[in-house]
Design a protein around this ligand. Structure first.
Ligand code: SAM
Length: 247
């Protein structure tokens, strides 16, 4: 499937549903029912640092870093509506951010060798060209700069719950693109294996420093009236997060 057609489909989804996603997936959260930045502390001290958020959505993760005294806040998102929401929200919170409305795979005029951190909360998996995206992210970072991203764990997509049992419904090895309807709007995605991310990072010049795929403690300890999602989350990762450093 051509990248342009995937971008058009997904931009249409995000432009039409941005308000429903306002602040839903943002730091300190890395994913639903997943350990948070409060426990992982992957960023450390961001005060005085320059940060770029890839797929910044409504700007809530940028606000989180503003609250932690980051020096510069930059955000990129393909959805015009998300960028409008982020701009309004961050201004209301008293933050000045440089926001760019463009897909993550293109040259959007972002400065090179400039950022201390580039990060992405539940957005990198939307990349139509993962290697190109990671190469660009590496180019934005200073040497020794940090790239942190979270995304849906590929096992989550492959396994369903039936009669309290987890069943493989799709192949973990299948990375083909698929389209489905969510809230009446089409989405086109693919389900990449973990090594696809690791190998693309290595090729882009990153070394992986940490990877986590733990469900949060609350879900792990819960025992009664479990939703299908919770039953799944107790047995396999629903999300993952990776911290990598530019060599
Ligand atoms: C789940 S939201 C991210 C939320 C946000 N990271 C936060 O912390 O609040 C995913 C975002 O990725 C954006 N997106 C999807 N495909 C993209 C692409 N190819 N390039 C840039 N942004 C994209 C969507 O418009 C959407 O805002």
């Amino acid at each position: 499937m051509a990248n342009k057609s995937i971008h058009d489909t997904n931009k249409n989804y995000w432009d039409n549903t941005a308000d429903e996603w306002f602040g839903v997936t943002a730091l300190p959260t890395y994913g639903v029912q997943f350990i948070t930045e409060d426990e992982l502390n992957l960023f450390g001290d961001v005060s005085g640092k320059k940060l770029l958020d890839i797929g910044c959505g409504s700007g809530h993760s940028l606000k989180y870093h503003g609250d932690h005294k980051a020096a510069e806040l930059w955000g990129l998102d393909m959805s015009t509506k998300q960028i409008e929401n982020a701009d309004k929200y961050l201004k209301e919170c008293g933050y000045s951010a440089k926001l760019i409305n463009a897909p993550m795979e293109v040259d959007a005029g972002i400065p090179l060798d400039y950022f201390d951190y580039v990060y992405s909360i539940y957005a990198v998996g939307w990349a139509t060209d993962l290697q190109c995206t990671f190469d660009r992210i590496a180019s934005y970072l200073k040497k020794d700069g940090v790239f942190i991203f979270s995304w849906k764990h590929p096992l989550h997509h492959c396994v369903i719950v039936e009669d309290d049992k987890l069943i493989f419904d799709k192949s973990y090895f299948d990375e083909s693109w698929f389209t489905y309807l969510n809230d009446g709007f089409a989405i086109t995605l693919c389900n990449r294996k973990i090594p696809t991310y690791i190998n693309a990072l290595a090729k882009a010049g990153f070394v992986v420093e940490y990877m986590a795929e733990e469900t949060d403690k609350e879900t792990m300890l819960a025992t009664s009236d479990l939703s299908e999602r919770s039953k799944k989350a107790k047995m396999l990762p629903l999300s993952f997060v990776i911290k990598a450093r530019k060599l």
